[in-house]
Design a protein around this ligand. Structure first.
Ligand SMILES: NC(=O)c1ccc[n+]([C@@H]2O[C@H](COP(=O)([O-])OP(=O)(O)OC[C@H]3O[C@@H](n4cnc5c(N)ncnc54)[C@H](OP(=O)(O)O)[C@@H]3O)[C@@H](O)[C@H]2O)c1
Length: 318
């Protein structure tokens, strides 16, 4: 299979590429910012997803069998400051990517998010109505709908949630902080692994529960989806939801760290002030059974994912 991946320098995309190459897929990856820090064994093609002509050119040039479209802007402040640019990249760019896929007969897997939900609805599944509470979620929902409504396009939406793992494109990209506690698991892991205290933000401005998902695990689900013929929405999340404090404790256990290094802390006032207008889904608990049945396996639960991650961590950092 010839696979085209966007967002290949990202946490998700770098894991997709790594697994795809291990499985012998030919890979083309769009490249936006700096090149990966290590030599790569796949083709890179420079592409800004706000440049719609360039998207079409790139897809027509490479004629992939499938596209995994994982690129996104995840900086919420940037999203609110530069709405036009973000909409052009996240919504219009995704639609243009879908049109280009249709033109070359490629299957399109669009990576979306559990943040299409408001986190107030209890347990949600693939058919639950979305109700985004921030601009990011709105853009994801609109892009999902655009693609699934496109006549003649072979398309699947893969929603992800609470991703943690190793970024295999660049060591300098291992930890991200967008100021809203987005990269929560990764933050806790790096603190505890270094023997440092780890604050767990609490209060109204946090994603208090979610289905944490190991990036390499969801990469397998995304590759299954790329080779599948199912249309519609798939929940490629970890198969268990958990609260932030409990997740931090489980991370401590798997890293043989002292649980007392973990302490709850009200989200700092400065963050609350600055991000007051940005809605955060509170408790995103999602069911994954329908997706597991379609793709032939469920994703890791919390302990399975963390145990697998510990092995990846040890292999990577030595
Ligand atoms: N991380 C999570 O917890 C989470 C949860 C739910 C869903 N998701 C979804 O999963 C996908 C991957 O997320 P991630 O965590 O891997 O994000 P990430 O690490 O921030 O990677 C984002 C990728 O998008 C690329 N990108 C940004 N702007 C671009 C542009 N204008 N044109 C082309 N590429 C651009 C980035 O390139 P550069 O590196 O060159 O800037 C990077 O490769 C996204 O669609 C996200 O919405 C993530």
């Amino acid at each position: 299979m010839k696979l085209y991946v966007t967002g290949g320098t990202g946490l998700v995309g770098s894991n997709v590429i790594r697994l795809a190459r291990r499985r012998g897929f030919e890979v083309v990856a769009s490249q936006f910012g700096p090149e990966p820090e290590w030599p790569v064994d796949y083709t890179l093609d420079a592409l800004d997803l706000s440049d719609h002509e360039a998207i079409r050119r790139s897809i027509l040039q490479h004629e992939p069998d499938a596209v995994i479209h994982a690129a996104a802007i995840l900086d919420h402040r940037l999203m609110y400051d530069r709405r036009d640019m973000c909409w052009s990249m996240m919504v219009d760019g995704t639609r243009v990517m879908g049109e280009a896929c249709r033109e070359v007969g490629a299957r399109m897997v669009f990576v979306s998010s559990d943040w299409v939900f408001d986190g107030r609805a209890g347990l949600v599944d693939e058919c639950s109505p979305p109700n985004p509470v921030n601009f990011y979620g709105v853009m994801k929902v609109v892009a999902e709908r655009d693609l699934l409504a496109m006549d003649g396009l072979d398309a699947a939406v893969a929603r992800l949630a609470g991703i943690y793992g190793l970024n295999y494109a660049a060591q300098s990209l291992q930890r991200k902080d967008n100021g809203l506690g987005f990269d929560f698991s990764v933050y806790v892991m790096y603190r505890l692994a270094a023997g440092l205290p780890a604050a767990v933000w609490t209060g109204p401005k946090v994603n208090d529960e979610a289905n944490p998902t190991l990036a390499s695990d969801c990469a397998d689900l995304l590759l299954r989806l790329a080779a599948h013929d199912g249309q519609g929405i798939f929940h490629c999340f970890g198969s268990e939801w958990i609260g932030r404090m409990e997740l931090a404790y489980r991370i401590a256990d798997v890293f043989d760290a002292d649980r007392s290094l973990i302490y709850p802390m009200l989200t700092p006032e400065a963050v609350l002030d600055e991000a007051l207008h940005i809605g955060i889904p509170y408790r995103t608990r999602a069911k994954t059974e329908r997706t597991a049945a379609a793709l032939g396996r469920r994703a890791c639960n919390v302990d399975e994912g963390l145990a697998a991650f510990r092995q990846e961590w040890d292999a990577f950092w030595g």
